[in-house]
Design a protein around this ligand. Structure first.
Ligand code: UD1
Ligand code: CA
Length: 458
């Protein structure tokens, strides 16, 4: 790979009015992180020496997202949207300070893959002054057309609105991704004018200007789905679908069984061990790690990061989860643990071999190895102000329909009788029982029926 330093300029200034959203377009998520974060991650993956992000005015949330994902990136503001050429020039300071390759990416195009960009860098290595990532569009309407010479060299990019009828027939289109190996790139960009149908400064004009300088331009092509730009919610869903299809294929190739892959939803960072089985309709939010031989049964919702916590979710070897389980951030599911139907676990550790098989809430807790949490048990972790902890020792047996009112500790090996509300600590190996003594009235039911039946006859 090229050893010239790489600067990546990411255009993120677009408001995305067609999204009909209070949020800037590039903050909308694909696979659990923003489109901008996808492009920043790709830039880091490529080994960029510098990243410059061009944002619009009043985009504090976009700036914060850049800082969260790429703290070393520089942020520049384009005050008015005067075209892609003008947008890149907003980062002129970074460009002028850089010597090496410059790649321009759009923050609303989250599906581009590393090999395509590496192929572009190779073209620059081989002497191209400009390299464009192109694709053959099923429907080229709206895209810039790549006009090539008989030798395949790129001569010019013609925007749809400026194209002649003959040029409109060209299906080889500009993805928007463009790379430069130009010592004085800022000098080249400054010569771009706005004498065109949109009155904008087109970055794409750089190809013809470079040609005037005696620089060769070339094209690398990729599949259309790598360069899908998102302008609407509909295209956002399309991008999500493409991303999911790829990620499922990667997971299956690495040894995950998916019974109905098209119904499994992964996040950008979902990590699987080998011989994991995922049944239909399972949703993985971000921050989830699944180790070997885990079995996720149908209809589970698993996430390690949400709006409040980034504490992660780990499911260790041999555990079984679901059907219909919900596992939330801060949770560790130990080896061979069983989490059954309608069980929610949040910020809790279930140590090896523990079980919560039916209808429970386990929140802010440690559940010791081999403990059994009976059906309908609720960990009452919240008093309306604070979250408190429950500590359940190894081998404890919690009878069905119990409530553990935190903070409370149940010593190892203890039993809690069914239906108990436990508010005080229980010693190891003790039995805690908290309910009224059962009384019995012999023949009461039979006499009751006789009395009521007689009343009804009257
Ligand atoms: C651009 C390309 C076109 C290509 C298409 C691919 C140009 C002139 N045209 O057209 O050849 O086929 O992308 O999708 O480059 N932006 C700014 N500031 C601006 C203008 C744009 O940051 O002043 C950003 C937008 O937010 C967007 C990207 O640049 O992310 C592309 O701009 P857009 O106006 O959508 O260009 P297209 O007309 O789609
Ligand atoms: Ca566009």
């Amino acid at each position: 790979m090229s050893d010239r330093p790489l600067l990546i300029v990411i255009l993120a200034a677009g408001k995305g009015t067609r999204m009909k959203s209070a949020r800037p377009k590039v903050l909308h998520a694909v696979a659990g992180r923003s489109m901008l974060a996808h492009v920043l991650a790709l830039s880091a993956d490529l080994g960029a020496h510098g990243i410059a992000v061009v944002v619009g005015p009043d985009m504090d949330d976009v700036r914060a997202e850049v800082r969260a994902w790429a703290p070393e990136a520089k942020i520049y503001e384009q005050r008015e949207q005067r075209g892609t050429g003008d947008a890149v020039l907003a980062a002129r300071e970074a460009i002028a300070a850089h010597s090496g390759d410059v790649l321009v990416l759009y923050a609303d195009t989250p599906l581009t893959r590393r090999p395509s960009l590496e192929a572009m860098r190779r073209q620059l290595d081989e002497g191209a002054g400009v390299c464009v990532l192109g694709f053959v569009a099923a429907d080229p309407t709206g895209y810039g057309r790549l006009l090539t010479g008989s030798d395949g060299a790129l001569l010019a990019i013609r925007e749809h609105k400026d194209a002649s009828p003959a040029e409109l027939l060209v299906r080889l289109c500009n993805s928007g991704v463009i790379g430069f190996r130009v010592d004085d790139l800022a000098g080249l960009l400054e010569r771009i004018g706005n004498n065109n149908a949109k009155g904008e400064f087109y970055l794409t004009d750089a190809v013809e200007i470079a040609r005037g300088d005696g620089l060769r331009s070339s094209v690398v092509t990729c599949a259309e789905d790598e360069v899908l730009g998102v302008n609407s919610r509909d295209q956002l869903a399309t991008a999500e679908a493409i991303w999911q299809r790829r990620a499922r294929a990667v997971a299956m190739a690495a040894g995950v069984t998916m019974v109905a892959p098209e119904t499994v939803w992964l996040a950008y960072d979902t990590a699987f061990g080998r011989d994991v089985v995922v049944e239909p309709n399972v949703f993985f939010g971000p921050g989830v790690t699944i180790e070997d031989d885990v079995h996720i049964r149908a209809n589970c919702y698993l996430e390690g990061i949400d709006g409040k916590s980034r504490a992660g979710l780990r499911i260790a070897e041999g555990a079984t989860v679901g059907p219909f389980a919900r596992l939330r951030p801060g949770t560790t599911i130990g080896r061979d643990v069983h989490i059954g139907n309608f069980v929610e676990v949040k910020n809790a550790t279930m140590e090896d071999g523990a079980k919560a098989n039916h209808l429970s809430y386990v929140g802010d807790a440690r559940v010791g190895a081999g403990a059994n949490i009976g059906a309908g048990t609720i960990f009452c972790n919240y008093d309306g102000f604070n979250k408190n902890l429950c500590d359940v020792g190894a081998g404890v047996f919690i009878g069905s329909n119990s409530a553990l009112v935190a903070p409370v500790r149940i010593g190892a090996g203890a039993y809690v009788a069914a239906g108990s509300t436990i508010t005080r600590d229980v010693a190891a190996d003790a039995l805690a029982i908290e309910r009224a003594e059962q009384t019995e009235k012999p023949q009461w039911a039979a006499q009751y029926r006789i009395k009521m039946a007689a009343q009804k006859k009257r």
